[in-house]
Design a protein around this ligand. Structure first.
Ligand SMILES: O=P(O)(O)OC[C@H]1O[C@H](OP(=O)(O)OP(=O)(O)O)[C@H](O)[C@@H]1O
Ligand SMILES: Nc1ncnc2[nH]cnc12
Length: 186
């Protein structure tokens, strides 16, 4: 389950830094080069699959847009459902919404009201167990809003998982659920 330093380096070295995108002063972590590198992507997904295979999860919820990629692949590997948390106005059925602030602006995310079954439960009487995933945690605002949506529709967010964590922004401190990141960037 623990990544070897070599595997960690394969993943880290596949991610590109783009200075001053989308605005001056931001060093943007570009994961397109991770996605196009089959060795790095497979190493990452093997690690996440090993970590979460015994969590008895019911769903993976992925955050728009890059969380969809990692989340859908992980859900398929774990043979469980995938649920998108989308930016405002994209989901077609009845939604609940939450506003949040970003490292570079403001936004709003939504989830389908029945995303995890009626009242947030699948076949059992208990709330569905959900892992939230995204590519990167900066301030933590997006994922915190997404976790709160999962609660609002009656499910239980058991952990928030990120490929990268910008530790200097202290986003982790705003969560009251466990947070896991594969790579810590300082
Ligand atoms: O921790 P936070 O400060 O909330 O920032 C992290 C979020 O920012 C990025 O998405 P972005 O909002 O840029 O949207 P995109 O995936 O649609 O480009 C990233 O993929 C996370 O979702
Ligand atoms: N520096 C960064 N790189 C990529 N995505 C981000 N989202 C917020 N900050 C980011």
């Amino acid at each position: 389950m623990t990544l070897t330093p070599e595997d960690k380096a394969v993943i880290l070295n596949s991610i590109r830094d783009i200075p001053d995108f989308p605005q001056p002063g931001i060093i943007f972590k570009d994961i397109t080069t991770l996605l196009s590198n089959p060795k790095a992507f497979d190493t990452l997904m093997n690690h996440l699959e090993a970590r979460y295979k015994n969590y008895e999860l019911d769903y993976i919820a992925g955050i728009d847009a890059r969380g969809f990629i990692f989340g859908a692949v992980l859900a398929d590997r774990l043979n469980i459902g995938f649920v998108p948390v989308r930016k405002k106005g994209k989901l077609p059925y009845t939604t609940v919404a939450e506003k949040y602030s970003l490292e570079y602006g403001f936004d709003e995310v939504e989830i389908h009201i029945d995303a995890f079954g009626e009242n947030g439960s699948c076949s059992r009487e208990e709330p569905s167990k959900v892992l939230l995933i995204d590519d990167l945690m900066a301030t933590g605002g997006t994922a915190k809003a997404a976790a709160s949506l999962i609660d609002k529709v009656g499910a239980k967010c058991v952990e928030a998982c990120f490929i990268m964590e910008l530790t200097f922004l202290n986003g982790r401190g705003c969560f009251d659920i466990p947070v896991y990141s594969v790579l810590q960037i300082d």
